[in-house]
Write a protein of this length. Structure first.
Length: 253
């Protein structure tokens, strides 16, 4: 599993000839650190980073708010048609994301949001998977906490905000890591909704380094290393919370 990442790192410090040589060259004769500086001159890489951070942050905030509220409602509020509506939400997971591309594109066009950051953020603000994840976690919490809060006069929103949400920290962290990982590597949707280099995220911007006939693989791999290190660090630091959150959400159905 680690092998491709090591090869990517080694290729990023090679020359073009060494990266395409047969048989393969594992270690370069001389480290080409200038590949990492050239990526900033060949592409608006700083803009790619900014757009990716804004897109990922917007999607993350939206999913944490909307998915946690929807998950709490499906887990704790008994309203007519709750189970049927939840199954309808889950049915979205059975539809390939590609089926939504054309309707979402026309929707963004009608809003006048093409080539904007909000076009990258809006379709990802809600997640059926995130709702399922948070619902399972809220169902694993003791009902006695909710009953005690009701005796003290709390309404649903107060119970959710003051009691349930602080206890849902592992689930929120698991949802955050999953959302960041999927948002950070988003490729197809940005390429469809944007055609301006200044509005591209990292994954879509790096696609422009792939030439039709010739590709500068060391530059491409240098950009990939710079694009990947934040999410790798986030996962390494928070992997214990991620596993804990996934474990808790599967404890009760």
């Amino acid at each position: 599993m680690v092998g491709p990442f090591i090869w990517m790192l080694l290729t990023s410090i090679k020359t073009v000839g060494e990266s395409t040589q047969v048989p393969p060259v594992i270690f370069p004769e001389e480290i080409q650190w200038e590949n990492y500086t050239e990526i900033f001159t060949s592409l608006p890489f700083s803009s790619f980073y900014f757009n990716t951070i804004v897109m990922t942050g917007g999607i993350l905030i939206g999913q944490l708010i909307l998915c946690s509220m929807a998950g709490y409602a499906f887990a704790r509020i008994d309203f007519p048609g709750r189970n049927g509506l939840f199954i309808l939400f889950l049915s979205v997971l059975m539809i390939p994301p590609q089926a939504f591309l054309i309707p979402q594109f026309f929707l963004m066009e009608s809003f006048g949001w093409l080539n904007t950051l909000q076009a990258l953020i809006m379709p990802g603000l809600f997640s059926a998977f995130g709702t399922f994840l948070m619902r399972q976690f809220f169902m694993s919490l003791p009902k006695e906490l909710e009953e005690s809060a009701r005796i003290d006069g709390c309404n649903h929103f107060q119970i959710f905000w003051r009691i349930m949400l602080p206890l849902a920290k592992p689930g929120l962290i698991a949802l955050s890591i999953t959302t960041v990982l999927f948002s950070w590597k988003s490729l197809m949707w940005p390429l469809i909704v944007n055609n301006s280099m200044e509005k591209m995220p990292l994954s879509a911007g790096l696609a422009y380094l792939k030439g039709q006939y010739v590709t500068d693989y060391p530059i491409l791999m240098a950009g990939a290393v710079l694009a990947l290190w934040p999410v790798i660090v986030i996962f390494i630091v928070l992997q214990r919370h991620f596993i804990e959150g996934i474990t808790f959400t599967g404890s009760k159905g």
